[in-house]
Each structure stands twice: as C-alpha cells, then as structure tokens.
Design a protein around this ligand. Structure first.
Ligand SMILES: Nc1ncnc2c1ncn2[C@@H]1O[C@H](COP(=O)(O)OP(=O)(O)O)[C@@H](O)[C@H]1O
Ligand SMILES: C[C@@](O)(CCOP(=O)(O)OP(=O)(O)O)CC(=O)O
Length: 470
C-alpha cells in the first residue's frame, strides 16, 4: 500500500473467564468452555506524518492510562530472510529501558508477517495507543474529563496514575487481549482489505495463528492458547493446537524466520478447534466475577498437576474423563436453555445446579489427589456461600483455580446481585480464614464485568481522540 493510503485504525479484543476444562485443555484429547468478557483492550494506530524525503523507522507505543508507559522502537529488515528486527530505543542516554515483552514480540511477529506480503516496501512509522477497560486492574482510577473543544463523547477508560508494573491485575487475560488487539490493529493498518479483512473467517484465522505464535513466544512457554482463542473468537468451546506446531519456526531474526512464519500462519497445519455455537448464555442468566484479594501462580500449579497425572495416570485419567463428561454436559445444558428457552418454575435450573456441584466435586478430588490447591477449602466455603444466595445457580474457581477470582452464574437481576454483594461485603469477617495451609483470603469484591459473546472487532478511531498523543 502507498503511505498515503495508510489510515488510522482501532480494534478491541475481550478478556476471558475459563468456566470448565482447566488443566484438561492442555491435552488435545479434552476441551475447554471459555467465556469472553466485556472488559476489552483497545488499540488505536495512526501514521506518523513525515516530510517527503525524510526516512524514519520508528513506532511509538503508549499506554496513556499509566504513568511513564511509553515504548519507542526502531525496526529494520534483517538479512537472510530473518524478518523485521525490532529494537527498543532510549529517549536519552541515561534512560532505563523498561521493556514490555508482549508489545516487543507482537511487533516483531506482526511486522515480519507484513513484510513478507510487501517485499521491498519499507514499513512506515506509526503511533500506537493502548487503552484497557478498568476491570483488568483492581487499582483505583479516575475518570478523565471531557475535552471541552470537541464533541467527542467521554470514553470509559480511567487514568490509573501509577506505572503499569504497580497496577494490580484481576487476572482477566490482559496480555492475550493486548496481543490479539495489537496484532489486529497492525494488520488492519499496514495491509489492504484484500490482504487482511478482520470481518472475514480467513482474516480471523490468520490473526488467531499469528497472535498465538507471538503470545507463546512472549510468555516463553506454550500454554493451551485458550485466552488468545477467546480474544479472537469470543466465547467458545476450545480444543488446543498441537504444541509441536510452534517449534517448526526459527527464532526471530534467524535465517528463514520470515518465510517460515508466513507459511505457518497461512498454512493448514493448525488443528485448533473452535466451536462457537456450543457455548451460549441463556436469556435471564449472566456471569459475575468476584475478585479475591489474594493470588496463585498458574505455571507452578500446572507443573504439579501434570506431574501428578504422569505418575498416577490411571487415577488421573479417570477423574479427567468424568470431568470432560461434566464439562460437555454443562455446555450442552447452557446451549439447550439458550436455544429452547426455559420452562418456568423453581426447577428450571436444577440440572445446571447439579452440573456445577458435580464438576466442583471432581475438581476437589483432583485437588486432594494431586496436592495442588485448585479448589482450596477457603474457596469451597466462599463458593458454597455464594451458591446458597437465592438466584445464584453455581460457581467455580476458573482456569487453574487457587486463590484467584471465582466466577458465579446467576439470574440476571438487581436483587440477586445486591444479595451477593451483601454476602461478599461481610466475607472477610465471617468467612473461613485459613486452613492448615495458613492462607487467608482477603477482601472479596465483585468485578464489573459480564460475559461477552463477540471476539475481536473494529472500533471507530475517532472515539480515542482524548487519549491519543501524536
Ligand atoms: N494496558 C496495558 N498496556 C501495555 N501492556 C499491558 C497492559 N496490560 C497488560 N499489559 C502487558 O501484559 C502483561 C500482563 O500479562 P499477564 O501476566 O499474562 O497477565 P494476565 O493474566 O492479565 O494476562 C503486563 O506485564 C504487560 O506486559
Ligand atoms: C491451567 C490452564 O489450563 C488454564 C489456566 O487458566 P487461568 O485463567 O487460571 O490462566 P491465567 O490467566 O494464565 O492465570 C492453563 C492453560 O490452559 O494454558
């Protein structure tokens, strides 16, 4: 594309909550039931206009809700088909470099892919802004007043006034939503609609594959990729890709990185399965997430659970087979209620309630057998208390579990939310405060999010004027 054709673009991608299939989904024999959330990460990209004759190879990325969150990158074509090498620049010699591996790696992967479609054409400079829904962080923020000189409506984003590293994450999948939205914005900006169309199945497939490759590389590990899948496609039933797929490409900047990345991204070796129709939310129900002021490290828990499975395969496979049956039944019942509607009366959610309880029992069995606190007693007490609030169908520890947030399915009305909130407000005082593991869960609060069926989407670039510094 000619430089003059490059226009401002904006995209957004949702966060996730993992309702069923944690740990199991790491193995392709099992699936996960994942809901997208209405907390989104938005990315705005615009060209940096330069005088003719001047060459500049610079991309500036800002996260204006956070203090000092500016990352400047230079880029160049690397010999022997090594793709685009990206180097973070310092504003001055004394400046400390504050790296953001998710941004740097996503730039490297996306610019490399773009360069293979436009060989010989230099990539022009751009200015990128990232804006995140406040639900991603429990750090309090302040609303930014409307710009008096424009008619642009106020945006929902808050100013956190702390460095990004000091913000407390609520665990909704900020890095996956960021990598997905950032990749979508770069592809939409630098490629023509014929080359990349975010509204087409092919466009989503390329975006999914590229974002998975970049996210895995930035994380330095291969997770199941469920968080990228839900950021791209929204709520879905997910079966992971074979982990060996990503080992077929060289490291960035190494010979042949660019052509190998392109053929991986566009090729048909991906065996991911996404079933959107298999996950629905019945009318009249919704999800609520409750933030537990504590936390767990997913990678350590994953390692221990997988070790237990390896050493106790018969017992583990039996529990996993039962969990998969329960998870499938949960997805099927949600879909049945959503498509067939519900009979009225007290018993209409009886089966859903039973399925939540059954799955939790199996998760506790896995916890006890593996010695990993997936649903520890403190969370059992909290989930039981939430499940007893009239109008609440059930809840689980999502994903890897532990002492992170819980997710609750309930009837979508103010009275139920108010009762749940009342319970949670008093929780620290009245609740279970530790077991023999000595962990005490802190204050519990409702995170302002709910499920969202739609994945990545285009946004109106005009809506970000207040936040974009050129
Ligand atoms: N608003 C943001 N702007 C820039 N980078 C962000 C933003 N939010 C999250 N990130 C990146 O994502 C990382 C957090 O990812 P991760 O630890 O995987 O948490 P999560 O569970 O929310 O995905 C941060 O360290 C940062 O690199
Ligand atoms: C264990 C898992 O199957 C699910 C983890 O789900 P979480 O939602 O707990 O994940 P994080 O956001 O990375 O903490 C690992 C995986 O599938 O990659």
């Amino acid at each position: 594309m000619a430089d003059s054709d490059l226009t401002s673009q904006a995209t957004s991608a949702p966060g996730k909550v993992f309702l069923a299939g944690g740990y199991l989904v790491l193995d392709r024999a099992y699936t996960a039931l994942v809901f997208g959330l209405d907390a989104r990460i938005h990315v705005h990209i615009e060209p940096i206009r330069i005088e003719s004759g001047v060459t500049l190879s610079e991309i500036i990325v800002r996260s204006p809700q956070f203090r000092g969150a500016v990352w400047e990158y230079g880029y160049r074509l690397v010999e022997r088909d090594g793709g685009i090498g990206v180097t973070q620049l310092r504003a001055s010699h004394d400046d400390r470099i504050d790296r953001n591996p998710f941004i740097e790696t996503t730039l490297t992967y996306a610019l490399t892919y773009i360069s293979t479609l436009h060989p010989g054409t230099p990539i022009s400079p751009s200015n990128i802004s990232i804006l995140a829904s406040s639900a991603y962080y429990s750090t309090p923020g302040t609303a930014v007043p409307l710009m008096s000189s424009t008619t642009t409506p106020s945006t929902p984003f808050l100013n956190f006034d702390v460095p990004l590293s000091a913000a407390h994450k609520t665990g909704l999948g900020s890095s996956a939503a960021l990598v997905t939205s950032f990749t979508a914005a770069l592809l939409s900006h630098y490629l023509s609609k014929e080359e990349f169309d975010l509204d087409s199945e092919d466009g989503l497939r390329v975006l999914h594959n590229l974002a998975q490759a970049a996210h895995c590389a930035a994380q330095g590990k291969v997770g199941s990729g469920f968080d990228i899948a839900s950021a791209v496609y929204g709520s879905c039933l997910y079966r992971r890709f074979s982990p060996s797929l990503l080992s077929s490409i060289p490291e960035p900047c190494k010979p042949s990185f660019a052509p190998k990345l392109r053929s991986l991204i566009e090729g048909d070796t991906w065996d991911t399965e996404i079933r959107k129709a298999a996950v629905q939310m019945p009318a009249g129900l919704r999800l609520v997430m409750c933030d537990v002021d504590c936390g767990s490290e997913t990678p350590g828990m994953v390692k221990q659970v997988l070790k237990w499975r390896e050493e106790n395969s018969e017992e583990a496979n039996k529990i996993w087979a039962e969990l998969q049956v329960g998870n499938d039944a949960l997805a099927a019942e949600l879909t049945r209620l959503a498509t067939e509607g519900t009979a009225s009366g007290d018993g209409k959610y009886a089966k859903l309630r039973e399925l939540f309880q059954g799955n939790r029992q199996l998760i506790r069995q896995m916890s006890a057998a593996s010695g990993v606190p997936i649903e520890p007693p403190q969370q059992t007490a909290l989930l039981d208390a939430c499940s007893n609030v009239p109008g609440v169908i059930g809840g689980v520890v999502p994903g890897a579990g532990g002492y992170d947030a819980i997710v609750v399915l309930l009837e979508d009305n103010d009275e139920v939310i108010t009762d749940l909130k009342k319970l949670l407000d008093g929780w620290k005082v009245e609740g279970e405060t530790g077991d023999d593991d000595g962990v005490q869960i802190g204050k519990v609060g409702i995170i302002g999010v709910r499920e969202e069926m739609v994945g990545v989407k285009r946004e109106d670039p005009e809506a970000y004027k207040q936040w974009v510094t050129s």
